[in-house]
Design a protein around this ligand. Structure first.
Ligand code: PLP
Length: 422
């Protein structure tokens, strides 16, 4: 009798020009991990994306060959570190097509970028009776800083409603714009629902009222081409760790004409030109908004992440994730008792859902036992959850390294959850 033949999977053969997610997956060392004895299926990129080898190498190379403090050093290492840091700024500028590096402020992430605008711009512009207009699907990072700024200046926070499928109710949004509106602050993509907001229409409507627009780009930056000039937005915020870079770094794009009027928001070294006990003069843009030693290696890592993503091609990544979204949506809709939360016509690679009789946390725990990482909870978007009468959902989100086999593993694991709960 012949010995049984070992199961050998066929080699993956990339078709030239085709997006090869298996090969992309191999660029990410963490994808080699097993979780509970199963190969990792990572479906939590909306919370934090994983980092490719190119980013890890860039950070290590910086730390082992170049690190010193930036901007004021005459020695070689300091000058090289400054070149690396400012080079990363130029990469961010080019990635989002800003006019100048003067418009790119490094921050800790999206949250800090929005707080910067809320405190600096808000402190300068908001007066009693003014309004800041947001939407019901915002992340807490684009709600709470505005609540704080409005409370400090006697202004009012107004939220535009959603439609039943989780899209923005655009006519209602437009109707809420009025001569008291001072700022519109909206997500590009909802992290809880996956909804892509109609930014062109929204920005045009706000600008017709002379109102600037801040865009929270945390969930868009890694998944579609972002061009701040084409969008015509006034502020755009994003985080490095959502775009395959490290945590603790992000960026704020701000139109130079606005930044030039805004007061600094944090004081300290690097943001000044001269200091006397009585008063100080402030540095030029963008450094005026970067007090203290910045996250230099984080910026280097972010620059490498953007370079990596450019190498994959934003359009190819976008199309790949659209295919994953279509596959996941179709498969999940077939599962008895599963309800998709957020089915707007324009969606990014985020699928939120509930399962009858199963708490989202139990779904997450059982999926983890199968090696499938998803997120459960309110996703820092409690008003979006309560809009749907929910406190929590389970959420699978996709990145460039996900494959259709990952979606199959998700669906198989969900069928097991269904079996456990009967
Ligand atoms: N905005 C959105 C839409 C998000 O999804 C997130 C993070 O999940 C944030 C803001 C906050 O990002 P960070 O915690 O990196 O500042």
């Amino acid at each position: 009798m012949n010995a049984p033949r070992a199961q050998v999977s066929p080699p993956h053969i990339a078709v030239p020009g085709e997006f090869d997610a298996e090969q992309v997956r191999a660029d990410f060392p963490i994808m080699a991990r097993e979780i509970n004895g199963r190969p990792l299926v990572y479906l939590d990129s909306a919370a934090s994306a994983q980092q490719p080898r190119a980013v890890l190498d860039a950070i290590e190379h910086y730390a082992t060959t170049t690190h010193a403090n930036v901007h004021r050093g005459v020695h070689t290492l300091s000058q090289e570190a400054t070149a690396a840091f400012e080079g990363a700024r130029e990469r961010v500028r080019a990635f989002i097509n800003a006019r100048s590096t003067r418009e790119i402020i490094f921050t800790r992430g999206t949250t800090e970028a929005i707080n910067l605008v809320a405190q600096s711009w808000g402190g300068m512009r908001l007066k009693p009776g003014d309004e800041v207009l947001i939407t019901h699907l915002e992340h807490h990072a684009n709600i709470v800083p505005w609540q704080m700024a409005c409370a400090a200046h006697g202004a009012r926070l107004v939220a535009a409603p959603l439609t039943a499928d989780g899209a923005l109710d655009l006519p209602a949004f437009v109707a809420l714009l009025n001569d008291r509106t001072r700022l519109v602050a909206v997500a590009h993509v909802s992290n809880a629902l996956g909804t892509v907001l109609p930014l062109r229409e929204l920005v045009a409507a706000a600008h017709r009222h002379g109102v600037p627009v801040l865009v929270d780009g945390a969930q868009a930056i890694a998944h579609q081409r972002v061009d701040v000039r084409a969008l015509d937005c006034d502020f755009y915020a994003f985080s490095g760790h959502k775009v395959y870079g490290p945590t603790g770094i992000g960026a704020l794009y701000a139109r130079e004409a606005l930044l030039a009027q805004m007061p600094p928001w944090q004081g300290g070294g690097d943001m000044i030109l001269s200091v006397a006990i009585e008063s100080s003069t402030y540095n030029d843009l963008p450094w005026r908004f970067e007090a203290g030693t910045p996250n230099i290696s984080g910026a280097v890592g972010l620059g490498a992440a953007l370079e990596y993503l450019e190498g994959l091609g934003l359009e190819a990544v976008h199309q790949h994730e659209r295919r994953l979204l279509a596959q996941a949506t179709a498969a999940l809709q077939e599962l008895p008792g599963l309800h998709l939360v957020g089915t707007a016509p324009e969606k990014a690679g985020v699928v939120s859902f509930t399962l009858d009789g199963v708490h989202p946390h139990d779904i997450g725990t059982l999926l983890d036992a199968e090696g499938v990482a998803i997120r459960t909870g309110h996703h820092c978007a409690m008003p979006a959850m309560s809009f749907f009468g929910l406190t929590a959902t389970a959420r699978a989100s996709f990145g460039c390294y996900n494959t259709s086999a990952d979606i199959e593993r998700l669906v198989t694991a969900l069928i097991k959850v269904r079996e456990v709960f009967g």
